[in-house]
Design a protein around this ligand. Structure first.
Ligand code: MOS
Length: 698
């Protein structure tokens, strides 16, 4: 029986966080600590020919200027983006090529300003276009999908379709901006490395550091107690942890190193720009017969990161003739990385926009169009979905929003000087789980401790796992302690891919079940004085799970108003309805859904990395110029979820909720903009200057 799961609970560490007692990576005490400040390359492509540290070393308190000439050596081969301070080559503007270490943060910063660096430069290519000569087909796209798929005969099916949509959508670079930047405190002692680091999973960071520094895993410990957001960008070891560890080894003292806000725009990754062509062929009733999604994105010269943007179209809607392709080009840019729903998010913007265009072309209501193209069988894998409640999400959302009797005519509703319109979109996100280990310990006083190296990046994971553990132990929550966020705990995967709760709770439930068995079978059915501990791994069980299409679903409804004179865009209201298996903690789940939806609104209306081709770098690299939705932009935003039971997932029955909120969000906004104005914006973001000249006459 479940008494904790499904019940709203505030974060266990909430008081610590709001009182400032919770410690983040660079706040942990360290004796004799020093400060590192990273130095970015000022050219786009070339080689460092000379570094003159003298002006920096002349600043009182500066201890060293680490660079490729004398930094400790790393073992190559782990990940080229982490092979830092080893070579004179510069691969992109902003690459971190030196670290100034000083007694104070101020001295390190001043030193970094004064380091003199000369370069030989080479011509660069930094702009993604659909005709770039370097476009190629990668062997696979993240996280291991085939780049291209084909079923039926798309060309013939599309040519034969009575209604056709053929549209190309463009999305710019998007930059992860967690409140806490990527940051590390690193120290060496007796050949062992201890870091406090901000990341989404310290077990993989531990492995990366061990390989880079040529150490056994046990010689590296990564503590990740609290994290101020990541959104994917902290899903693996990033520059600060490597730079801090190098610097600490060099100066023989602990080093704290945090990136600046500006340094987050590039070195930690970003969502690749995309160019996506979507073609839909349908009959006059809107039943899709042919679907093709061709996605183009970029990667760097040092690492192949292939965003899986067209994967969404493989499984979302029905259609006999299907094709998807991915093409990539290596540019002189920072390596793109994960950003909330990598692939699904830009892909859904394109496909859910094309669905709206199809609805208009067929004269079919866009909610009804999606219902007509629902499918119980995954068109890609040919297998039934473990559960699929997209239609229920659409119906529930339409009811709550008041969608019935919507006039489909675009650009005709006025409220004073405002044009008013509504839009809808659907979404899916894969429900997966990854192997993890956990231990559960019983003490004779009736209390329990559950240990797993899960990571709470601000989502409420710690609290959800505590709820799961208490239910699995069948005891009240006040008798259970949960310990997470330390690579010394049983290893587990990252808080990413919406897999955290599914993966971690699987291991926790098995450990707790095992512990209850042990207690039952112990003499007298009681816990001995020394306590009882059970350790489990879910690796075998997860490997044995038959593959099957498993997804969470969502539907989004948006109302916008647009000033007919100025083009000013306001989001009046938005609601999302989700089917994501069991919801463990309604309080934190709601924040996850709303946060994802808000990020999609931000993508639709605000965020845009503006590249200056001459320098191959984004000019708007701070929060004054890179606009992100704020509270005032999302006044009325609501999230609901459907009770959903799916026995074919994992013992907790959860599907994961970290990313589903963002997936269809941007398209719902742009579809509403079209309904309000009659203007279809196919290159994000929608800005008022793109609307102004084309608005209906006042
Ligand atoms: Mo998420 S982008 O998989 O951390």
């Amino acid at each position: 029986m479940s008494t904790m799961m499904g019940v709203a609970h505030t974060r266990l560490e909430g008081r610590e966080k709001v009182t400032g007692a919770a410690r983040y990576a660079v706040e942990f005490p360290a004796d004799d600590v020093t400060y590192g400040w990273a130095v970015p390359a000022s050219v786009t492509r070339g080689r460092i020919t000379r570094i003159d540290p003298a002006p920096a070393l002349a600043v009182p308190g500066v201890l060293d200027v680490l660079h490729h000439g004398h930094a400790p050596r790393l073992v190559p081969g782990v990940d080229a983006t982490l092979f830092l301070l080893q070579e004179p080559a510069v691969h992109y503007r902003g690459e971190l090529i030196a670290v100034v270490v000083a007694e104070t943060l101020e001295a390190a910063r001043e030193g970094a300003r004064l380091v003199r660096i000369d370069y030989d430069t080479e011509p660069h290519s930094t702009v993604l276009t659909e005709h770039h000569p370097g476009l190629y087909r990668p062997d696979k796209v993240n996280p291991g999908y085939p780049p291209d798929t084909a079923d039926g005969d798309f060309d013939a099916g599309f040519a034969a379709a009575q209604i056709r949509v053929d549209a190309t959508y463009r999305t710019p670079a998007y930059h992860n901006n967690p409140m806490e930047p990527h940051a590390t405190t690193a120290r060496w002692q007796d050949g062992r490395l201890l870091v406090h680091d901000s990341n989404q999973g310290s077990s993989p960071v531990q492995s990366a550091l061990a390989e880079l520094f040529g150490l056994p895993r046990e010689a590296v410990r990564v503590v990740t107690e609290h994290v101020g957001g990541g959104f994917g960008s902290k899903g693996y070891a990033k520059a600060p942890v490597v730079l801090a560890a190098l610097a600490a080894r060099q100066v023989g003292r602990p080093v704290r190193l945090a990136l600046t806000r500006q340094q987050l725009f590039g070195p930690i990754g970003y969502r690749t720009p995309t160019i996506q062509r979507v073609r839909l062929g349908a009959d006059p009733d809107g039943r899709i017969s042919a679907v093709c999604h061709d996605a183009i994105s970029q990667t760097s010269t040092i690492y192949e990161f292939a965003e899986q943007s067209a994967v969404y179209a493989r499984s979302m809607y029905a259609g006999r003739h299907r094709r998807t392709t991915h093409r990539l080009v290596r540019l002189d840019v920072p390596t793109p990385f994960w950003m909330r729903a990598p692939g699904e998010c830009p892909g859904a913007y394109a496909l859910e926009s094309a669905m709206d265009e199809l609805a208009t072309a067929c004269g079919v209501d866009p909610v009804e169009l999606r219902i007509r193209n629902d499918t119980a069988v995954d068109p890609d894998q040919g297998q039934p979905f473990s559960s699929r409640d997209l239609v229920a999400c659409l119906r529930e959302g339409a009811h709550r929003f008041g969608w019935a009797d919507r006039d489909p005519t675009p650009g005709v509703r006025r409220d004073g000087r405002w044009l008013v319109g509504t839009g809808v979109a659907g979404s899916n996100y894969p429900a997966r789980a990854r192997a993890a280990a956990a231990t559960a310990t019983a003490a004779p006083d009736g209390t329990f401790e559950v240990r797993i190296n899960a990571t709470d990046i601000g989502t409420g994971a710690r609290t959800a796992l505590w709820q799961v553990a208490a239910d699995a132990l069948a005891v009240p929550g006040d008798r259970v302690t949960i310990r997470i966020g330390d690579s010394a705990l049983p290893p587990a995967g990252v808080a990413g891919g919406s897999m955290g709760t599914a993966s971690w709770s699987w291991a926790i439930i098995r450990a707790c079940e095992g512990l209850r068995d042990r207690i039952r079978n112990s003499p007298g059915g009681t816990v001995p004085a020394e306590g009882l501990t059970v350790e489990v791994s879910t690796a075998d069980e997860i490997r044995a799970q038959p593959p099957r299409p498993r997804y969470a679903y969502g539907a989004y409804f948006v109302e916008v108003r647009i000033d007919v004179d100025t083009g000013e865009i306001r989001l009046d209201r938005m609601l999302g309805v989700f089917a994501a298996g069991r919801i463990v903690n309604p309080t934190t789940a709601r924040s996850q859904f709303i946060g994802g939806m808000t990020m999609g609104v931000s993508m639709a209306l605000h965020e845009e990395g503006l590249l200056d081709e001459r320098y191959g770098d984004w000019v708007n690299h701070d929060l004054a110029t890179y606009h992100i939705s704020t509270c005032a932009d999302v006044d009325r935003i609501e999230a609901y979820w459907l009770p959903e039971e799916d026995a074919d997932l994992n013992p907790a029955g959860v599907k994961g909720i970290g990313e589903i909120g963002i997936v269809g969000s941007a398209a719902a906004v742009t579809n509403a903009v079209h309904h309000a104005t009659g203007i279809r914006i196919r290159d994000l973001p929608v800005r008022l200057d793109k609307l102004l000249e084309r608005l209906p006459a006042r």
